[in-house]
Design a binder for this molecule. Structure first.
Ligand code: ATP
Ligand code: MG
Length: 230
């Protein structure tokens, strides 16, 4: 099992391609120290989401390795790895089931009060209360349709409730008004405090506050530094 002691994450000369003959990312080499936030920026298709998906082991690296506190993620159980990671994806996808079930997914000992508290922190409580059956409203294909911004807030609430060692945020560009965006930003800032965070960032505020910024271009690290340096 993975034993997270501080949440230091190292990518060691990582290369990967979806189709074996073409590398999508190459020579990815950096370390994020315990508690730090790294912002991943770069043009569409640069490989930002792919970098996170490799840490989640949604795909296996072709070359190099990724370590968490010195442990190669290939050598730990997938379950223990995923338990340590909280992932808010770019295309937030909800399961069949209620809003509450979607928020508690991946957490085993949460009661309704915990769910509501997490939803409040994610600025989701208000719209959830206004759904036909509140937290018991069915969502997903067979349930009510939620906007992209609402789905993302449910996904943030899920991450808040799970309280992961390492947080992965694939920030959505879309769908929320400025005020909601500010509120979401605040909850993300809270979530990122004191835990290792990877943020694929579009908002300048996320980028400015990061301890490092990695600029990806064409699957490689084009620049790496702080906001002041770049
Ligand atoms: P965006 O800012 O648009 O989200 P990104 O930097 O996150 O872009 P990735 O999603 O990592 O980019 O994609 C990097 C490259 O890998 C792109 O050329 C994309 O077409 C390709 N790619 C992504 N997912 C797959 C997949 N499942 N199968 C094959 N190719 C893929
Ligand atoms: Mg992406």
């Amino acid at each position: 099992d993975l034993d997270v002691t501080g949440g230091r994450v190292t990518y060691d000369e990582v290369a990967f391609g979806y189709d074996t003959d073409e590398a999508i990312i190459e020579g990815i080499d950096f370390t994020v120290d315990s508690g730090e936030t790294v912002a991943l920026v770069g043009p569409t298709g640069a490989g930002k989401s792919t970098v996170l998906k490799l840490l989640l082991r949604m795909y296996d690296v072709d070359e190099g390795e990724i370590r968490i506190d010195g442990q190669n993620i290939q050598n730990v159980t997938l379950r223990s790895l995923r338990e340590s990671l909280g992932y808010v994806s770019q295309d937030t996808f909800l399961f069949y089931g209620s809003v509450a079930e979607n928020i508690t997914y991946g957490t085993f000992d949460a009661d309704r009060d915990d769910v509501i508290e997490a939803a409040k922190m994610a600025e989701a409580h208000e719209f959830i209360q206004n759904l036909p059956e509140g937290y018991d409203t069915e969502v997903g294909e067979r349930g009510v349709k939620l906007s992209g911004g609402q789905r993302q807030r449910i996904s943030i609430a899920r991450a808040i409730l799970r309280d992961p060692d390492i947080l992965l945020l694939d920030e959505a560009t879309s769908d929320v008004d400025t005020e909601t965006e500010m509120l979401i930003q605040r909850s993300i800032d809270d979530l990122a405090t004191d835990r290792t965070t990877f943020a694929i960032a579009h908002r300048l505020s996320t980028i400015k506050d990061a301890d490092h910024i990695l600029v990806l271009e064409g699957g490689e690290i084009a620049e790496h530094g702080t906001h002041e340096e770049l």
